[in-house]
Design a protein around this ligand. Structure first.
Ligand code: CA
Length: 437
């Protein structure tokens, strides 16, 4: 099955000149969605599509009434602060709108004059969460992260026996998810040093980030009706960058027996842009399960999942400290990884989540889990990079970190590259730690 169509053609150019600059995140082959308005205005937030350094205002596109059929229905649904209704329409509408937007934004389009006035510079906008996230589930799909963290928390038993059979996850908290630019006070809570008799209370001393992808569900499923793996991706609207902030000292004390709780629910940050599953088609890769490992149970197995179930989405993490800001120094890159290392695919996550009949609603989000790669320097958290807080890492300006300090801004970026196709990017997700209240 080919996922490639005319919207992925590397030769497409847009009449929006900035979209044609090499290396920019938002060429015409990308077309991700966000919720935006002019910065500092009282305008309603509404759907927008990134093109070069501009946002195409979908409220204005809907009003221009230049599309037909499913594309016009879709753009009208996307004229809302929360894109849940559009996301719930399903693949024919997503794909129809993508094709219509691609054609309308191409060089020579008859719609150029109608759409020029619908552009707003990205520098002049602010973003809201792209949709109402009703439920959020965080997976744990990097075996490298699971093994590294397990060996710190349980040296004698790092990888639990269910890991290679079950796409492990837990139900997270959606209310504290916010869009890039989020700031939050350092969380407080109970911690207990291994040699202490009793726990103590105070600000977290081991505050960390987690480099993840967020996966947005589009079309949901009825309660009681599982989603077969062959159909799983039809329910996946798209992907964002996701920082799942984590309080490691709170986590170590509280996580047994029921898993993370206050260590994870104080803040989580998503990038503004949702890159659609369709836009990611050129960067699909084969999914492989080591022959020495258990093979997936039949409900988690399909030929398509084997052939094209993984996505090579490259990601990196940068830290910008107070000192860097005061000296106008660039942020320091601390690691780089790819989602292609994931032990489980998105389709397997979706199918496993619903195999018991659990229902998804449009706008629900899955976290991929921290995407650490096989090498130590590809770790997606400071917990791993500092080997459990034992070794400092040195930033580009000479400052050292084991965990995050007040004023630290964490920046994550994502992008995809493949031979014969244009590079597309996710933009960034940024968030800053404030002092404890
Ligand atoms: Ca996580």
């Amino acid at each position: 099955m080919s996922f490639i169509n005319e919207t992925h053609d590397i030769n497409l150019k847009s009449w929006v000149a900035s979209a044609n600059q090499a290396g920019n995140d938002f060429p015409i082959q990308n077309l991700p969605f966000a919720s935006f308005r002019r910065k500092g205005s009282n305008e309603e937030f509404r759907g927008g599509v990134a093109i070069g350094d501009q946002v195409l205002d979908l409220a204005a596109v809907a009003a221009a009434n230049i599309f037909d059929g499913v594309a016009q229905e879709a753009v009208e649904a996307a004229n809302a602060q929360a894109l849940n209704e559009f996301m719930g329409l399903g693949k024919a509408h997503w794909s129809g709108l993508r094709l219509a937007l691609s054609r309308a934004l191409r060089e020579g389009s008859e719609h150029q004059s109608a759409l020029e006035s619908a552009l707003v510079a990205q520098d002049d906008v602010e973003y809201a969460l792209p949709c109402h996230i009703g439920d959020y589930t965080d997976f744990y799909t990097s075996i490298y992260h699971a093994t590294a963290v397990g060996s710190l928390f349980r040296p004698d038993n790092p990888l639990l026996p269910n890991y290679k059979w079950v796409p492990i996850g837990y139900h997270g908290r959606a209310s504290s998810i916010d869009v890039s630019g989020q700031t939050f006070p350092r969380p407080k809570g109970q911690t207990k040093a291994p040699d202490a008799d009793a726990p103590s209370f105070g600000p977290c001393k081991r505050l960390d980030y987690e480099l993840e992808l967020g996966i947005y569900l589009g079309k949901g499923n009825e309660l009681g009706e599982a989603i077969a793996i062959e159909d799983a991706e039809d329910h996946v609207f798209g992907f964002c960058l996701f920082n799942d902030w984590s309080a490691r000292d709170l986590q170590a004390w509280e996580y047994q027996p029921l898993g993370p709780f206050l260590a994870k629910n104080f803040a989580s940050t998503v990038s503004p842009w949702i890159v659609t599953t369709e836009a990611l088609a050129p960067y699909r890769t084969a999914w492989h399960r080591d022959e020495n490992d258990p093979q997936p149970m039949s409900y988690l197995e399909s030929a398509q999942n084997r052939e094209t179930g993984s996505f090579d989405i490259q990601m990196d993490v940068l830290i910008e400290t107070d000192k860097m800001r005061s000296e106008n120094a660039a942020p320091s890159k601390v690691s780089e990884s790819s989602f292609k290392h994931s032990y489980w695919t998105v389709a397997q996550m979706v199918t496993h989540h619903t195999v018991n009949g659990c229902n998804f609603l449009p706008g629900d989000m899955l976290g991929s889990g921290t995407q650490s790669g096989p090498e130590h320097e590809e770790a997606g958290s400071l917990l791993e990079l500092s080997r459990g807080g034992k070794e400092s890492i040195t930033l580009s300006n000479g400052e050292e970190r084991k965990f995050l300090e007040d004023g630290d801004k964490v920046i994550m970026r994502g992008w995809c590259e493949a031979d014969g196709f244009n590079r597309i990017g996710f933009g960034s997700v940024e968030g800053t730690v404030l002092p404890a209240k």
